[in-house]
Design a protein around this ligand. Structure first.
Ligand SMILES: [Zn+2]
Length: 288
């Protein structure tokens, strides 16, 4: 499966233009997409990045009618964060309920759907505490989701190590492996964000190394993007800094989601045209 992260920004938050966007995805051979769902009050930024509750049905139906397989990214707003869950478990889980039902519905419809979640990044806690809190969060979300469908998978995303949050969980391969091994469920795995992994290597002063077989075996989802000349992530995979082709060589069957930000694409050219070229490049990274 090859798709991209479909923030409403890509179609100007305009559901009329969404139809043209779906045409574009058809033309470039997309077979999937990832959407960031949100439920609740949303400011302008949130509504550009997330699919808001009132649009869920139209947007999801739009993608599904084109035969695209959807994965879902958890909301990026603080009230849905794993830290919020740790501090207010009941309320946070109640907030998650409509979203988990929606993911479960997709999972039944597609015979499987992946929900991508971030780990705990609390700077006041140690790495071990953040890893433990991530394990509990993922287990709680997983239990709740599977009450609605047995086909929901959870992917914990590898995010960039940053010196301002040195104890954040899942910012290195070692940390994310400890979390996934502790959860120990066939339905929970790693979302390998190759660009964030390179950022972590750079921040920690490490040389890039090929992932081990043990790490590769835990990967169930891929986020594909590049680092720009300014070291910012979420550039289209046209820059050539992140060793994408080499990294994904063994992962032919794992869904690939290009997490290209509209804003970064716009720095290179017309965003839709840049997206078109990105599909060409990542498609050619397949062996088959
Ligand atoms: Zn993410």
């Amino acid at each position: 499966m090859l798709g991209n992260s479909g923030a409403p920004r890509w179609y100007d938050c305009d559901l009329g233009r969404f139809r043209d966007y779906l045409e574009l995805l058809d033309e470039v051979g997309a077979s999937g997409a990832e959407i960031v769902l949100h439920d609740g009050d949303a400011d302008e930024f949130t509504s550009r990045v997330h699919v808001l509750r009132e649009d869920w049905t139209r947007v999801i139906t739009g993608y599904r009618n084109r035969g695209l397989t959807l994965s879902v990214h958890g909301p990026l707003t603080p009230e849905f964060s794993p830290t919020a869950w740790r501090d207010q478990p009941r309320e946070t889980m109640r907030r998650y309920d409509p979203l988990l039902r929606q993911v479960a519905e997709l999972a039944d419809d597609q015979s499987g759907a992946t929900l991508v979640l971030h780990a705990v990044t609390d700077t006041a806690s140690t790495l071990a505490e953040n890893e433990q809190a991530t394990v509990s969060f993922v287990e709680a979300i997983g239990d709740e989701a599977r009450r609605h469908s047995p086909h929901v998978k959870l992917a914990i995303e590898l995010r960039a190590f940053r010196h301002e949050r040195p104890t954040a969980a899942a910012t290195t391969r070692e940390s994310i492996m400890r979390v996934v091994q502790q959860v120990d469920s066939g339905l929970v795995g790693v979302c390998w964000d190759v660009a964030h992994d390179l950022e972590s290597h750079i921040a920690l002063g490490q040389e890039w190394s090929a992932p081990t077989d043990a790490f590769l075996s835990q990967i169930i989802h891929l986020h594909v993007h590049d680092l720009g000349p300014d070291d910012e992530p979420h550039y289209p995979p046209l820059v050539g800094r992140v060793p994408l082709a080499r990294s994904m060589a063994e992962l032919e069957d794992i869904p690939r989601i290009m997490e290209v930000r509209w804003r970064m694409a716009a720095r290179i050219g017309d965003p839709w045209d840049v997206l078109r070229r990105s599909y060409g490049v990542v498609s050619s990274m397949s062996r088959s």
